[in-house]
Write a protein that binds this ligand. Structure first.
Ligand SMILES: C[S@@+](CC[C@H](N)C(=O)[O-])C[C@H]1O[C@@H](n2cnc3c(N)ncnc32)[C@H](O)[C@@H]1O
Length: 266
């Protein structure tokens, strides 16, 4: 994904922190396995995570890799939930700085990782600063996921009715994550600080109750920045359509991609 042009929305997630914690999926185990295979991260090594949310990447990374995670989460409410979710884990340190403001004092790091957040960081800073904070053979690992409603008739109805006026929610059948990954690869290559990146892709099937699907939608920045009235109208429109289609389970295909790049020698 390319750096976001609406960076003024980057902290909007904090207003929907509970929804975020409830509905956003964790990174699946097989994706984390692939990342560990590519980066050869080992238990006890230090990893910096940018924009940790409530732990969607932090928790699987801790479970599967045993690495020590310094997790940056600038949103106060998100951070409180992340602290709660990692309360019993001494190997996670939660900090409140934006990546741009972080002094790097806990580093250098074996990896700098980020799930669904690196596009919110100032692109004039992001790739260069991450490289500066990495060990000689360290890795930048950037993940994103794109959930798409599986049922075609329901997806089309949502796109044309409930999401009319909300183009960021509109999804085609195939979210073309390879193009999104290619944008990120291009930015990494242009930075001149990394070796040629590797891209990993996965798809997983998820299932949401209507309530949880609505909660998932309102956890996105483009819903979080709406007025209360606009958000209510969006939610009511979605609920009405799910009702019309007799849906009691919303099946979603979650397409994930990870871009993994080793810091190049200077
Ligand atoms: C879409 S959420 C991603 C949360 C989680 N990592 C995930 O994969 O679901 C983006 C997160 O990045 C944080 N964020 C936005 N700009 C940031 C920045 N410049 N530095 C660090 N975190 C940032 C936000 O507070 C938010 O929690």
């Amino acid at each position: 994904m390319k750096a976001n042009t609406r960076r003024d929305h980057r902290l909007a997630f904090d207003t929907v922190a509970e929804a975020y914690d409830r509905a956003r999926p964790q990174v699946p185990a097989d994706m984390v396995d692939s990342i560990l295979e590519l980066t050869r991260l080992t238990a006890g090594e230090k990893v910096l995570e940018i924009g940790a949310g409530t732990g969607q990447l932090t928790l699987p990374l801790r479970r599967q890799a045993g690495v020590k995670v310094i997790a940056l989460e600038p949103g106060k409410t998100l951070r409180a939930l992340l602290e709660k979710n990692t309360a019993t884990d001494a190997m996670v340190t939660v900090r409140g700085e934006l990546f741009e403001d972080y002094d790097g004092g806990d580093g250098p790091f074996a990896a700098v990782v980020s799930g669904n957040a690196f596009h919110w960081v100032d692109p004039r800073v992001s790739y260069g600063k991450a490289a500066d904070l990495l060990l000689q053979n360290g890795y930048l690992v950037l993940l994103w996921n794109v959930p798409t409603v599986e049922d075609q008739a329901l997806r089309v109805a949502l796109n044309t009715r409930a999401f009319a006026g909300h183009p960021d929610f509109v999804r085609g059948e195939d979210p073309r994550v390879e193009l999104l990954a290619a944008d990120c690869v291009e930015e990494i290559n242009a930075s001149g600080r990394y070796e040629a990146p590797r891209v990993e892709q996965r798809r997983e099937n998820l299932s949401f109750t209507p309530d949880d699907y609505v909660t998932l939608l309102i956890s996105y920045a483009n819903a979080a920045v709406l007025s209360d009235g606009e958000r209510r109208a969006l939610v009511e429109g979605v609920r009405a359509l799910l009702g019309e289609h007799g849906v009691d389970e919303v099946k979603v295909v979650n397409a994930l991609y990870a871009v993994v790049a080793r810091r190049s020698e200077q």
